[in-house]
Design a binder for this molecule. Sequence first.
Ligand code: NAD
Length: 260
Amino acid sequence: MKNRRNAIVTGSTSGIGLGIAEALAADGMNVMLNGFGEADEIERARSDLASKHGVEALYSGADMTRPDEIRSMVEEVEGELGSVDVLVNNAGIQHVSPIEDFPPEKWDAIIAINLSSSFHTIRAALPGMKSRKWGRIINLASAHALVASPFKSAYVSAKHGLLGLTKTIALEAAEYGVTVNAICPGYVKTPLVEKQIPDTAKARGISEEEVIREVLLAAQPTKEFVTTEQLGALAVFLCSDAAASINGAALPVDGGWIAQ
Ligand code: NAD
C-alpha cells in the first residue's frame, strides 16, 4: 500500500535534501520542497517528483532565516495536504575561516539556517503531530555535531546545538508517537562541500586536490564520499514503524569517521 503521509524537507532544491525528498516520494509520501535556486530547475524537480512517483509535490521558497515564512510554509502544507507527518530539517550553509577572520554576519546566518530554523519548523509542526499521535522529525546534523574540525566554528556550534535540540524534543514528544532523530553524515559530494574546497585550501595553505585527499577523505576511513541515496534510505527507515523506538539518537553515516 502506498504511504500517503506528507513530508516537508527544508533545503531540498539541491544535494542531500533533494535526495531525501526523492526517497520519501519513492516511498509514496507527498513532499513539500523548499530552498533556493533557478525557478525553472526547481519546477522541473517538483513536477518530476510528482509524475515519477504519483505523489503530490509542492514547493515553498520560504527563507529559513525568517520565522514568519517558516510558519507560512508549515501552514501551507497543513492547508493543502491536511497534515505535516514528517519534517526533515535539512537546509544548511557552511563558511570556512579562522575565527579571527570569521565574518560575524556569516556566524549569524549559519546559526539561523543550520540551527534556529529547526526550532521554528518544529515549533510550528509538532502540535499537529502530537494531536494525531504520529510524527517523524529528522534533523540533518553532521559528524560535526559530534566532533569538531578547525575553521568551522559556526557550523560545528550550530550542529552541536541541533543535536541538543534533537534530544530535547525527543523527550518532549516521546509519549505522542513522535520520534526526533539526527542523521550525522560524513562528507557527501554536494555543492555545499564543493564550495568549501577552495576556502579550506586557502585556510590551510594547500592545494584543492590535497584538501580532497588529506582533509575531506582523510577523515573517512572508507575513503569514499557518503551518498545522498544512502541518506535517503535511512530517512525512509526512520519514518517506518520498525523505527518507532529509535528516538533522540544521533546516527552517524560517516564511513567510520567518528570511530577514530
Ligand atoms: P547543498 O548546498 O547542496 O543544499 C543546501 C540546501 O539548503 C539548498 O537547497 C539551498 O537552497 C538550501 N538553503 C540554503 N539557505 C537557505 C535558506 N536561507 N532558506 C531555505 N533554504 C536554504 O548542501 P548539502 O550538502 O545537501 O547539505 C544539506 C544539509 O546536510 C546541511 O544541513 C548540511 O550541513 C548537512 N550536511 C552536509 C554534509 C556534506 O558533506 N555535504 C555533511 C554533513 C551534513
